[in-house]
Design a binder for this molecule. Structure first.
Ligand code: COA
Ligand code: ZN
Length: 247
């Protein structure tokens, strides 16, 4: 009898064992609270947690290692990337796309119809809630944060690593790395990937050209007429196909 466990195998530098494989699979499996409602054709990624009373409608995709906080509603056909953090009581409607690493704080509401009506003009028929020519898209690009209690308009993009202050009303696209606040939200400064404020605009205007180093993480940037260059080599990929460009 060999004194080693015959179930262990070492292939391609990977140690495998049936029990270990099972434990790893359980750790990777999405965790869904029993009170959550997950409709048909919803894809939940590895390690994603869905908390109590969440409702995720059909044909929605949530990536790996996400958190969907309690009492959040995600409509049908929504695309959510990896490592996205969604706090409690967030309303995400159809035609919203959320890229990797986004944070959406509690009580935030997305919208997708600019001039909504419940019924046909004669009040005789309820209008369908399915997407139609009135349904307008919203994209939240990678790394962005939306503060608590925001309302997000439609036909717009929140840029990469942008930060929307608590309670904001977003009616227009927000540039990459911009800090935006207010009603309506306007950019008032710039933030680092790490979340640190880099600088505030003077007289409400972005700088023509400014080189800046983050006081917290030492990342360096050049801000140039609304464009952001990350000097440590990170690149700004263009929006994915179908996305509206940031203005
Ligand atoms: C926008 C934000 C990042 C600014 O932080 P800050 O740079 O430390 O701002 P300060 O507190 O120094 O305030 C600077 C000015 O902005 C105002 N201000 C701050 N946050 C604001 C907001 N969300 N909306 C409108 N004005 C705001 C302050 O009243 C102050 O105004 P004043 O110059 O007239 O006195 C922060 O206030 C915020 O909203 N963070 C998000 C918090 C959140 O939602 N977290 C959710 C997870 S817990
Ligand atoms: Zn930083």
């Amino acid at each position: 009898m060999p004194d080693t466990d015959p179930d262990f195998s070492l292939t391609d530098n990977t140690l495998t064992h049936p029990v270990l494989t099972e434990v790893l699979a359980q750790l990777a499996a999405p965790r869904v609270h029993p009170t959550a409602i997950i409709e048909a054709n919803v894809s939940l990624g590895r390690g994603t947690s869905v908390w109590d009373n969440v409702h995720i409608r059909h044909d929605t995709t949530v990536g790996d290692e996400c958190i969907v906080g309690e009492k959040t509603y995600i409509a049908y056909g929504v695309r959510i990337g990896h490592r996205v953090k969604i706090n409690s009581m967030v309303y995400i409607c159809t035609a919203v796309t959320i890229e990797d690493g986004v944070m959406i704080s509690a009580g935030t509401i997305f919208t997708n119809d600019r001039f909504p009506r419940a019924t046909t003009p004669d009040l005789k028929r309820l209008r369908s809630s399915d997407p139609d020519e009135h349904t307008l898209p919203t994209r939240v690009r990678e790394g962005a944060t939306i503060g608590a209690g925001c309302t997000i308009g439609n036909d717009l993009t929140i840029g990469r690593f942008a930060m929307i202050g608590m309670g904001a009303l977003v009616t227009k696209s927000i540039p990459d790395f911009a800090l935006a606040i207010g009603h309506p939200a306007v950019p008032v400064g710039a933030v680092c990937r790490c979340g640190q404020l880099l600088f505030r605009y003077t007289a409400g205007r972005p700088p023509a050209r400014k080189r800046v180093e983050c006081g917290a993480c030492r990342r360096q940037y050049v801000f140039n007429a609304g464009q952001v260059e990350e000097l440590d080599g990170a690149t700004t990929p263009p929006p994915r196909a179908g996305a509206r460009s940031v203005t």
